[in-house]
Write a protein that binds this ligand. Sequence first.
Ligand SMILES: Cc1cc2nc3c(=O)[nH]c(=O)nc-3n(C[C@H](O)[C@H](O)[C@H](O)COP(=O)(O)OP(=O)(O)OC[C@H]3O[C@@H](n4cnc5c(N)ncnc54)[C@H](O)[C@@H]3O)c2cc1C
Length: 487
Amino acid sequence: MDRSNRQLQKVPCFSAAERKLARTPSVIVIGSGFAGIAAARALHDASFKVVVLESRDRIGGRVHTDYSFGFPVDLGASWLHGVCKENPLAPVIGRLGLPLYRTSGDNSVLYDHDLESYALYDTEGNQVPQELVTKVGETFENVLKETDQIRQEYGEDMSMKQAISMVFDRRPDLRLEGLANKVMQWYLCRMEGWFAADSETISLKCWDEEELLPGGHGLMVRGYLPVINTLAKGLDIRLSHRVTKVVRRNHGVKVTVEDGRTFVADAAVIAVPLGVLKSNSIKFEPRLPEWKESAINELGVGIENKIVLHFEDVFWPNVEFLGVVSETTYGCSYFLNLHKATGHSVLVYMPAGQLARDIEKMSDETAANFAFTQLQKILPNASQPIQYLVSHWGTDVNSLGSYSYDKVGKPHELYERIRIPVDNIFFAGEATSMDYPGSVHGAYSTGLMAAEDCRMRVLERYGGLDLFSPLMGEDSLISVPLLISRM
Ligand SMILES: Cc1cc2nc3c(=O)[nH]c(=O)nc-3n(C[C@H](O)[C@H](O)[C@H](O)COP(=O)(O)OP(=O)(O)OC[C@H]3O[C@@H](n4cnc5c(N)ncnc54)[C@H](O)[C@@H]3O)c2cc1C
């Protein structure tokens, strides 16, 4: 039976006064990233009237597949972390038949690439012997195990940088010299990339709080856009509608956009990035409670960018990751070789933390040149790129950061505090996910969660909890195997 028919049959008859109450519940979703679209889709499917207000002229937020090279390239998220049927995005990815290229079968946050798939070089262009890359990788893992010991001994939190330096004092056998130390810095640099933050700001206590789904890490070969486009189909999305104010009243919300127009509904789902909430560019009336404001202020938001270089031909080795090792993490760099996964002659340079912040101050041309200079350290005869793309997640007013992370001395529960609803305002987005922060599937799950909370809350008021179908309809239970190449 068609679901809409089923709902119609369930609608009871109302008196005139009751009929007034029986009007369609409504919700405004602010932000059309994975969190906002997941919430909007779920509430739309549960018969809510849904309007999505999006500040950009496109949907997707930090999922942004660019086609200007003539093929898809992701400037934001590109991996599905957790290539398994438990991943909440697996049903839709599977149904669309989208291929994934698995870069690692490991479930650790550190190794979204297998060690043997790296080719590392020193700044003179000499390749680091593969045995050394693997050996130092193992030593780095041991260093991290030792930091766990320090975590247990000390009550106070400290930075990962401090903890690692304490490990070296205690265990001089783990301290490496010369080239091996540079490789160690490279691993630390990769870890900083995961958190989009420098090790002096990453919390020892919380760095591994994030839960990882099984199945390793898979690149979305055709980009993430088809997934969000599918989820967004048929929704009422108003692009170029930047929200500036959210007023909550007893029986609803009033949302104002930049040009002064207002929208009213029973409830709102706020699915804008943490960086935007931190900037106070959206005014809440009355103000959000103090515990919510301080959680927003205290959770960290880091920066990672992509500088995508498109070449005429492939002239680099057939590995997944090319890296430059250095004495400091700031001096290290790495390139993802998209040719392995997609067949296109593209390298993606990915700076994070302070380096990313510094590069964002450059013009796009200078930034692309900077990335190319790093490549020339590895391959002095590298040919010039024919095209490039540069992301600006840190300074773009629609994101103001790449993704959230735990700062030193701050509890992991901040994510939950940011999620908890305030009256009829619900919060979603990667920075509201205790388990899967900083990820697409995390953002998606929080959208579903906010939608369910919102549905319950609004329907409590309507007194008709069984009027609408549950959010996770039968469709989402259909399981289609994922198409995974490599391993
Ligand atoms: C470079 C980079 C690489 C990444 N790599 C991965 C990866 O490989 N795998 C992975 O799982 N995750 C990755 N992530 C993280 C992932 O992209 C995010 O966690 C996820 O996309 C966030 O979704 P969201 O819905 O919470 O926020 P967003 O996608 O940012 O959506 C928020 C929306 O709100 C809109 N908005 C902002 N302000 C307003 C306003 N005032 N009014 C109306 N709308 C507004 C924005 O334009 C945006 O569309 C990466 C992120 C970056 C930046």
